[in-house]
Design a protein around this ligand. Structure first.
Ligand code: 5GP
Length: 193
């Protein structure tokens, strides 16, 4: 019997660089299957339907939720809805190929509830100061908005203890290589069943 491959979930605070890490893995490690989320937000320049996201209408997203087609879903930053289509994840894991989800914290908690055998990676900034710099550095938000973002970041950082491991994003290449090596590790017997 083939042991099913591992599902790895990458989550972490806003502005910590999850997207950059996922992009590195997509480019340098095509053997790792990256889930393509459904989202109701509009595509940004350069984003390709079916590669970066499945861009869907609100009605289509709600239909997917109702039909149980999403493994998890969340409203992120109080704006758009994002969710992981369940079918492709299950199909890939059955073939023995490692699968990776790059999602927000609310989504990671839902996956842990339904698939506790998955491996949960918390992506952390090199330091609190660095996260503050990334969050407020652009200078495009007013004082109130910045304070709100920092409050959120503080709460999000405290979630690290819910994860199997914390990955520090001080160097994209090194962090991505560590992440990829974890996706290859078989599911430990203690986490199966
Ligand atoms: P962006 O709009 O910048 O591509 O992504 C915004 C946020 O949505 C990121 O924190 C990203 O991790 C999160 N996200 C992307 N896809 C999913 C998903 O399928 N589920 C959940 N819960 N969050 C997602």
């Amino acid at each position: 019997m083939t042991t099913p491959s591992r599902l790895t979930v990458l989550a972490g605070p806003t502005a910590v660089g999850k997207g950059t890490l996922a992009a590195y893995v997509r480019e340098h490690h095509p053997e790792v299957w990256l889930s393509v989320s459904a989202t109701t937000r509009r595509p940004r320049p350069g984003e390709v339907e079916g590669v970066h996201y499945h861009f869907v209408s609100d009605e289509e997203f709600d239909r997917m939720v109702e039909q149980g087609e999403l493994l998890e879903w969340a409203v992120v930053h109080g704006r758009a809805k994002y969710g992981t289509p369940r079918g492709p994840v299950e199909a890939v894991l059955a073939t023995g190929r490692p699968a990776l989800l790059e999602i927000d914290l609310q989504g990671a908690r839902q996956v842990r509830a339904s698939m506790p055998e998955a491996f949960f990676v918390f992506l952390a900034p090199p330091s609190w100061e660095e996260l503050v710099r990334r969050l407020v550095g652009r200078g495009t938000e007013d004082e109130e908005e910045r304070a709100a973002r920092l409050d959120t970041a503080r709460i999000e950082l405290a979630a690290a203890e819910e994860f199997d491991v914390t990955l520090v994003n001080d160097d994209v290449r090194r962090a991505a290589e560590d992440l990829v090596s974890w996706t290859r590790t078989p599911v430990p017997a203690t986490k199966r069943d």
